[in-house]
Write a protein that binds this ligand. Structure first.
Ligand code: CA
Ligand code: CA
Ligand code: CA
Length: 338
C-alpha cells in the first residue's frame, strides 16, 4: 500500500510505548492532549440543568487529561490484505458484529417542522437523555427509540456512491453529545491506518461541532472541531500549529456491524473556543435551550483507496462544497431541548 513502508517504521517505533486500547477505543497513556473524557462522566446521569440554573451549576468533575493514544491497527501494516470484497474492516478492533433491529424505526418520531424563523439548513433538535446510551455500537438504548432520525444525504463535492446511505440521531447529557450514526457501505475501506497521514481518505465518520455556534474560520484553531473518527478508534483534526493531532480523548465510540450496515455510536465531550491543546481543559456544561453549530458527515473511501464520496447532513450552498473543515459558518443549527 502507499506509504506503508514509512508507516511500518512509525508503527514499529510507537508500538512499544503504545497501550492497545479495548474494543471501545478510548485510550489513555502518554500525554499530548488534554480534555480527557472521564469514564465516570460518561456514565453519570446528571440532573438536567436549565439555562437559568447553569450559572450556579458546578461543572462536572473531570480527570486531568490523559493523552490521546495512537491505536495501531496491526503490528505490521505491510501485511495488510483486503478481503474478497476489498474491505479492510477486519483490522478494526472497534468494529464488532451486532444485530441491528430496525423494526421499531418506523415508530420513531418524525423530524419536527422547522421552527418559525429558523434559517440554518440541516436544523436538528437534540433531546436531553436522562439515561445516556451505552456506547457499544447497538441501538437498543431507550433514548434512541424516542428521537427522530435525520439524513446524511447531501453531496459535498463528490457524487454520492450508489451503495451509501446515512442517517443520525443526537441526544445530550452533561457535557456530552451522544450520536447514533447509521451508515450503509458495502465496502468499508481504510487503507491509511496512520491517523496523522491521509486519514480523510479512509472511510470515516466526521463530526463537526461549533460549541457556541459562532461560525467562522476554524482551520487552525478551536473555534470549532472537525473530528475525523476512523474505524480504528483514532480521532484526527488539525491544530493551531497547522499539524494533525489526535483527539481520542474527546470522542468515545464503538461501531456495530450488521452486513453492510454500520452503527457508529459516539459520546463526544464538548469543549469551547478556549480549548488549549496539551493542557487541562474543562468541558462545557450543556443545558436545555443551548444553540450549537454542527454537521455529521461521512468520508467515503472506495475501491480506488481514496476518497470517492463526501456526504454531509447539511446542504452547503455555493460552488465549493468541501469547506466545512475550514468554515463553521456552513454548519447547521443544533438546538438542545428538554
Ligand atoms: Ca448503545
Ligand atoms: Ca466505503
Ligand atoms: Ca465557535
Amino acid at each position: 500500500m502507499i506509504k506503508i513502508s514509512l508507516l511500518k517504521k512509525l508503527l514499529t517505533l510507537s508500538l512499544a510505548a503504545v497501550t492497545l486500547c479495548g474494543t471501545l477505543g478510548a485510550c489513555a497513556s502518554a500525554p499530548t492532549d488534554s480534555g480527557s473524557v472521564d469514564a465516570d462522566l460518561l456514565t453519570t446521569q446528571l440532573t438536567q440543568p436549565t439555562q437559568s440554573t447553569i450559572a450556579t451549576t458546578k461543572a462536572p468533575t473531570t480527570t486531568l487529561p490523559t493523552q490521546p493514544t495512537y491505536v495501531p491497527p496491526m503490528p505490521d501494516t505491510e501485511n495488510w490484505t483486503a478481503d474478497a470484497s476489498g474491505s479492510y474492516a477486519a483490522y478494526s478492533t472497534l468494529i464488532h458484529d451486532v444485530t441491528i433491529d430496525d423494526s421499531t424505526s418506523a415508530n420513531d418520531p418524525p423530524l419536527p417542522p422547522l421552527p418559525a424563523g429558523e434559517t440554518r439548513l440541516g436544523y436538528y433538535e437534540a433531546k436531553y437523555a436522562a439515561v445516556p446510551p451505552t456506547i457499544d455500537g447497538q441501538n437498543d438504548d431507550a433514548c434512541w427509540a424516542t428521537v427522530p432520525w435525520a439524513t446524511i444525504d447531501q453531496a459535498w463535492g463528490y457524487p454520492i456512491p450508489a451503495d451509501f446511505t446515512g442517517r443520525y440521531k443526537i441526544v445530550w447529557n452533561g457535557s456530552q453529545l451522544y450520536y447514533l450514526v447509521e451508515i450503509t457501505d458495502d465496502t468499508l475501506m481504510a487503507p491509511y491506518p496512520d491517523p496523522l497521514v491521509d486519514y480523510y481518505n479512509n472511510d470515516c465518520c466526521e463530526l463537526f461541532i461549533d460549541e457556541n455556534e459562532s461560525g467562522g474560520d476554524h482551520t487552525y484553531n478551536y473555534n470549532a472541531f472537525a473530528y475525523h473518527c476512523s474505524i480504528f478508534g483514532n480521532v484526527s483534526d488539525l491544530g493551531e500549529d497547522q499539524q494533525v493531532h489526535l483527539f481520542n480523548n474527546h470522542v468515545h465510540y464503538s461501531i456495530g456491524r450488521d452486513g453492510d450496515k454500520y452503527l457508529w455510536e459516539f459520546a463526544v465531550t464538548i469543549y469551547g473556543e478556549d480549548f488549549v491543546y496539551g493542557q487541562a481543559n474543562t468541558p462545557v456544561q450543556l443545558y436545555a435551550g443551548k444553540d450549537m453549530g454542527f454537521a455529521v458527515a461521512y468520508c467515503y473511501c472506495g475501491l480506488t483507496g481514496t476518497r470517492e464520496g463526501f456526504i454531509g447532513s447539511v446542504p452547503i450552498l455555493g460552488d465549493d462544497k468541501n469547506v466545512a473543515w475550514e468554515d463553521a459558518s456552513v454548519f447547521a443549527h443544533l438546538k438542545l431541548t428538554n
